[in-house]
Ligand binder design. Sequence first.
Ligand SMILES: Nc1ncnc2c1ncn2[C@@H]1O[C@H](COP(=O)(O)OP(=O)(O)O)[C@@H](O)[C@H]1O
Ligand SMILES: [Mg+2]
Length: 454
Amino acid sequence: MGSPIAMEIFLQNATDTETYNTNGVLESVSPSLLTDDKVLVSVEVCLKPSSTARIEDVQAVVERMLEKRSLSYVDGPIPVPDDDTFLKENVQRIHICDTDEWVEKHEILLFWQVKPVVHVFQLSEEGPGEESSGDGQLSSFNEWILPAKEFDGMWESLIFEVGLKQRLLRYAASALLFTEKGVNPFLVSWNRVILLHGPPGTGKTSLCKALAQKLSIRFNSRYPQCQLVEVNAHSLFSKWFSESGKLVAKLFQKIQEMVEEENNLVFVVIDEVESLAAARNAALSGSEPSDSIRVVNALLTQMDKLKSSPNVIILTTSNITAAIDIAFVDRADIKAYVGPPPLQARYEILRSCMEELIRTGILTYPEGYFKFLNYPTLREKLNMAEAHELQGSLCLSKQLVEAAELCESLSGRALRKLPLLAHAALDNPYSRDPAQFLNTMIDVAKREISQLSG
Ligand SMILES: Nc1ncnc2c1ncn2[C@@H]1O[C@H](COP(=O)(O)OP(=O)(O)O)[C@@H](O)[C@H]1O
Ligand SMILES: [Mg+2]
């Protein structure tokens, strides 16, 4: 699979047409991360809040450290070497990313096959800045400086069908590349608008924010500053309709100002766009003041205006699963359906919950037990093992997969609530036995599902 990081390399070498020509037809890039026969692997380095080190310095030191490594590459943390006082002082953590597709195929990435691409960043602790709509009731938008502390770990916590997250990352990377290269929009059109649609609770809003955060880290050498503006579509349709047109104008004026700074990458999240369509329809049928049409139109006009700026990506969501026939849809280059999590994703979501309960000491692994297996490994082992020889980690993981199988109709949001409900339902709340916990969780899941259908 082609890689956003690979594309960032192209961005950095914007004048290197050689690189561009061999990889120019982005959709047909061969399904590998190879350049010069090496696999590009992102290594994210998070600086401590107190660090004042220069990004380039840290990057150089980490690159040298990685050159000395003679291990295989798998997703996850790499310890900061104890004997490196510079890194110890400045670096909070180092993480390898994006190798999961290889691991999925059971290919092991050895150090000599890998070209690490190091991204150094520092989380902003500023928190959201809010803009009130003036009436003191609803704020019309929130803004964050990215990468923000609030969204740390969000990308990793979201689990979908295999490939969805990578597809979105690659899309955004391609869109930024086309813009950077000055591709003529009359010949090749692209809008830098993404629409995620699907039932509620499936992680769409979170994915928008997590994607923006990821991109802000991956593209920080091109765009040292990133901002996220979250527009509250509902608030734009408050009862003060006559004010709403002004609100939209004010909001987009602010976004325009951010975008004018060319080293700024701006993400605009417009959540639940179906409320705009609903407002428009209501206005057409006469049940709402016609002001709402003006608001929707103002929003669409403003979005079209933003399109001419290369450094803005618009992320929209809709909870309507059927065809959404609003003007927004036409504007989106990528429309991704985000559905209820498939079995593998449900298993991994529940596994991350179990591991968190173990990390915090609410549950403890039984003796001689290692850890919950990841899904591909579990499948493989289950195929090999005879039913009677299931033991230890395999046994618990199998119980977890049974829970995941059962939860077919539950959303990601509902799944992440199960552990709390299960804990509250334990016969003995002081028992820290995961097997017992899983049994209770299965009962609770059954109850939740019957309530859904009943
Ligand atoms: N696919 C998923 N993987 C992991 N967690 C999920 C997933 N879908 C939903 N969640 C959990 O549910 C919460 C709510 O998701 P949200 O992004 O608000 O969904 P939506 O916008 O689709 O209604 C998230 O914070 C996350 O904890
Ligand atoms: Mg949402």
